[in-house]
Design a protein around this ligand. Structure first.
Ligand code: WT7
Length: 571
């Protein structure tokens, strides 16, 4: 869609000249902001929390404002340091060592953040899991990572198949529980008796800190492995893109089970020592506007799916709240509709700045800076220190306005260092010195990048990546389902919804009840966000002669598009 660019507003002064700033930029200069540049001792938990807790001017500043329907709490940098020290001592007592995988499976809460930093402080690798995951999703991730410890709540315990996870030695339970077991550690009891003094495990910049599981088009979810070095880019984008200033009250709406919730819900804001709002509980337009109003949020990072819901909730709702504290708004996860940008200019007098990146890239790469003119519908331009391009399948750069693979020149600080236990998969991302994203896009003459779609079959529903294979595998576990093919179907609010085509085993009759039963089966076995909203029963599922499901063909049929080349279709 062609729309007039929306010019930058006066007021964001720090990035006046994009080209000049780009030329002058160097990652080396960014490194001077970290204590390890001078001391040689590295740990991202220290840079985000303890460094501020040791600063007399900052230690009593509110670091975390936790707000949920049933709980409000504020923690200073000093509190967070002490709480995470206590948790680190618990882990140490349990024998957790550098490089061990320790997973978190619980809703956002102050305990989550204390545990998260505790894990990093012992030098272990944190694996945050989205609380909505069901047994299969939890099992796949804990199994692949060989996690030795898990922090969870008693309510979620039934989704953890303990007998199938031989590596999982201990489970820390946050909350009251009845069943006694040698494998359980009582969070509150242990925290009470734990010292708030802890000697951080100093690691190397290239040592692991995080495993985020994400979906591809084939196979089980893969463990994207990030190292402490990523903080260089979290810090730089915190300054350049998020425009963080010491007095900011910042809110990132993402759950830490997804990479946005760690890179920009934890690291970037706290590396800059700002006050960070964490909201628990479910989304409603009132509760989200209320979070901004009550806490005087100044900088807000959210996602198109939520913004679209706010738009459709109407002006009457937004007008009940005072949004005047907001200075800067950003979005990520899926294409940001131009209409939403226009709406935001009306609703709170601010443009929304789209940003593009991926779990694999660890931090923002293509963005709309605070001072850039926004071309609605464009993801913006690469950040300083990053070179983006559009390449063909051999990795040759294409000229402007030509569609191709969105790719990034290798060598930015926050890049994943591995796919856990899968070097072949890792290698497959690279061609000719480029990291190839799997997105198709083009670049205009002025260097703005425009997203066109995914090149693989990965589904983006409400900003969350779902691999069709994972859903298909779950579907065919149901006794009634013989074969399954899963696609993303465009949806005005969710971006895409999951649609499944299935064939039935002999003896089963198609019915609405059966379809609903199958839907629930995926929802309760895998996760709510991966459950198909639509299930259609077919006589056959189109496959290639080699037996691969032709999802592209299913999609063309669904959307009434030309079917293209079907020469490989099985008879
Ligand atoms: C995929 C990555 C790390 C951010 C959260 C998602 C899509 C991301 C945009 C955008 C259009 C976008 C891409 C990308 N995506 N940002 N601004 N415009 N599409 O991380 O789950 O790893 O998904 O999300 O398709 O490849 P993720």
């Amino acid at each position: 869609m062609d729309m007039q660019p929306i010019p930058a507003r006066e007021g964001n002064h720090n990035l006046k000249d994009y080209q000049a700033k780009r030329k002058a930029f160097s990652w080396e200069e960014v490194k001077k902001n970290f204590s390890w540049y001078h001391t040689g001792k590295v740990n991202i938990a220290y840079e985000t929390i303890d460094r501020h807790a040791e600063n007399p001017d900052k230690k009593n500043q509110t670091a975390l404002i936790y707000s949920a329907p049933d709980r409000e709490e504020k923690l200073t940098f000093s509190d967070l340091k002490n709480e995470s020290n206590k948790f680190a001592n618990i882990l140490k007592k349990q024998g957790v060592k550098k490089g061990d995988r320790v997973f978190l499976f619980m809703p956002r809460s102050p305990e989550f953040y204390a545990s998260f930093f505790g894990i990093l402080k012992v030098g272990a690798i944190a694996g945050p899991l989205f609380e909505a995951f069901m047994e299969q999703a939890v099992k796949d991730r804990l199994e692949d990572s060989e996690a030795s410890m898990l922090i969870t709540t008693p309510e979620l315990l039934e989704r953890i198949p303990q007998d199938d996870l031989p590596d999982l030695k201990k489970i820390v339970l946050v909350g009251d529980y009845d069943e006694k077991s040698d494998n359980y550690v009582d969070y509150y009891k242990e925290m009470e008796n734990s010292s708030d003094q802890f000697e951080i495990e100093w690691v190397d910049l290239e040592d692991g800190m995080l495993l985020h599981y994400t979906s591809g088009s084939t196979g089980k979810p893969k463990g994207v492995y990030h190292v402490h070095n990523a903080m260089i880019q979290h810090y730089a984008t915190g300054e350049w893109v998020i425009d963080l200033k010491p007095d900011d009250i910042y809110w990132c709406t993402a759950d830490p089970g997804w990479v946005t919730g760690t890179s920009y819900g934890i690291f970037a804001p706290w590396l800059h020592g700002v006050t960070n709002v964490i909201r628990g509980g479910r989304f409603t337009p009132e509760s989200w506007y209320g979070t901004i109003d009550q806490n005087n949020v100044t900088v807000w990072y959210t996602a198109p799916t939520a913004l679209r819901k706010l738009v459709s909730s109407g002006d009457k709702v937004v007008n009940q709240f005072d949004m005047s504290s907001l200075r800067h708004v950003m979005s990520v996860g899926e294409p940001l509709n131009p209409e939403v940008i226009t709406w935001a200019v009306d609703a709170f007098g601010l443009r929304i700045h789209d940003t593009w990146w991926m779990t694999e890239t660890g931090a923002m790469l293509i963005v709309n800076y605070p001072v850039m003119d926004i071309r609605p519908g464009s993801m913006g331009k690469p950040i300083p220190g990053v070179e983006a391009g559009i390449v063909d399948n051999e990795g040759n750069e294409l000229p402007p306005n030509q569609m191709g693979n969105l790719a990034i020149k290798q060598g930015w600080p926050s890049m994943m260092r591995a796919i856990w236990k899968n070097p072949g998969k890792f290698e497959s991302y690279f061609i000719n010195g480029w990291y190839v994203s799997g997105d198709s896009a083009y670049m205009d003459e002025d260097g703005y990048f425009w997203f066109q779609g995914r090149l693989d079959d990965v589904i983006n529903t409400s900003g969350e990546r779902v691999g069709p294979f994972e859903v298909e595998s779950k579907l065919i576990e149901h006794p009634a389902v013989a074969e399954a093919g899963v696609i993303g179907k465009p949806d005005p609010e969710r971006g895409e919804i999951i649609k499944a085509f299935i064939t039935l085993n002999e003896g089963y009759e198609a019915s609405d009840e059966l379809v609903e039963e199958i839907r629930q089966f995926v929802k309760l076995g895998l996760s709510a966000h991966a459950a198909p909203r639509e299930i259609e029963i077919k006589d056959t599922i189109p496959k290639t002669r080699s037996g691969k499901i032709m999802r592209r063909l299913l999609k063309s049929w669904e959307l009434g598009l030309p079917t293209g080349d079907t020469s490989t279709l099985e008879e």
